[in-house]
Design a protein around this ligand. Structure first.
Ligand SMILES: Nc1ncnc2c1ncn2[C@@H]1O[C@H](COP(=O)(O)OP(=O)(O)OP(=O)(O)O)[C@@H](O)[C@H]1O
Length: 280
């Protein structure tokens, strides 16, 4: 039984890779606008003050896809946690189109590098968890099924996490976020642990989901090419404490091609901003 499921998993992955390249009509923005106003933040670590964000200031229009790039440890994840409402900034303010961010809210969902699925719950039940916890599952069962279909896992509702590939597990994690119909999706290196090919197909998949659902997206990534392939804007941060070094608009239709001369030029520009002159 397990063998059959694994075999199916491989097929579904392959099919998903092929279908992800298909163009998708955008339904238009329904996402939340975001204003990060002069935010500074830090931590006290063993009696010492660690400054992490330094007067970070930017606005995001509803429905934009922003990639956040910067050196390791500069404060990108911290910024996502602030937008998720898990922490409050020491100074400055963060607002969405609905008002100031005072705490977590189902309209703003954070997706991590590690899918962290509950191993004893089937795929369906993992996805349904948020609705179940809020007492909303009974009237939203169809939504769980819709989201399963959206991420191409409709045949895996009854599979357990250990029966999924890494890419499929990450798709479950995305579905678990999407079932709440977020207006702002916060992606903290969601593809960081995937192999190169799965990563490529998932990049297309996330862009497809974003265009279909119309949420606003903030993606933390270390991969310049990924940022340029997926985002409508790339914000580049300095070393810690993170300051905005550049805010680059990427006006290119999807699907994008990594060899596009404009994207290659942008890649060089960003490498230079991050202090790398060499072209690897
Ligand atoms: N809760 C915390 N308490 C103390 N220090 C923290 C806390 N959270 C983050 N830090 C520190 O803040 C700095 C920024 O961390 P953060 O995870 O935001 O960076 P990042 O840019 O996302 O890094 P990476 O790209 O390597 O994931 C790091 O030095 C980290 O150790």
């Amino acid at each position: 039984m397990v063998d059959t499921v694994l075999e199916d998993a491989t097929i579904i992955d392959a099919v998903a890779r092929r279908t992800n390249t298909a163009p998708v009509e955008s339904v238009g923005p329904k996402g939340l606008a975001l204003t990060v106003r002069d935010v500074s933040h830090g931590f006290t670590l063993r009696g010492e003050n660690l400054r992490v964000l330094d007067h970070v200031d930017f606005t995001v229009e509803a429905g934009e896809f922003i990639a956040l790039l910067g050196p390791s440890g500069c404060g990108k994840s911290t910024l996502l946690r602030l937008v998720a409402g898990l922490e409050q900034p020491l100074t400055g303010s963060i607002e969405t189109g609905k008002g100031p961010i005072l705490g977590p809210d189902p309209s703003r969902i954070l997706v991590f590098q590690d899918p962290t699925l509950f191993p004893w719950r089937k795929v369906y039940d993992n996805i349904a968890l948020g609705l179940e916890a809020r007492g909303l599952l009974r009237q939203n069962r169809e939504r769980v099924t819709d989201v399963l279909r959206l991420v191409g896992l409709q045949n895996f509702a009854n599979a357990y996490p250990h029966q999924l590939s890494g890419g499929m597990a990450q798709r479950v994690s995305l579905a678990r976020a999407l079932v709440n119909d977020p207006s702002l999706l916060l992606l903290d290196e969601p593809l960081g642990k995937l192999d190169a090919l799965t990563r490529l197909s998932m990049q297309g998949e996330i862009v497809r989901l974003w265009r279909q659902a119309g949420f606003t997206a903030l993606l933390v990534t270390h991969d310049i090419e990924e940022a340029l392939l997926m985002a409508t804007r790339v914000i580049v941060f300095s070393d810690r404490p993170a300051r905005i070094k550049a805010d680059i608009r990427v006006d290119k239709p999807y699907p994008r091609h990594r060899d596009d001369p404009e994207l290659v030029a942008r890649r060089h520009e960003i490498l230079g901003l991050l202090g790398y002159e060499a072209d690897w």
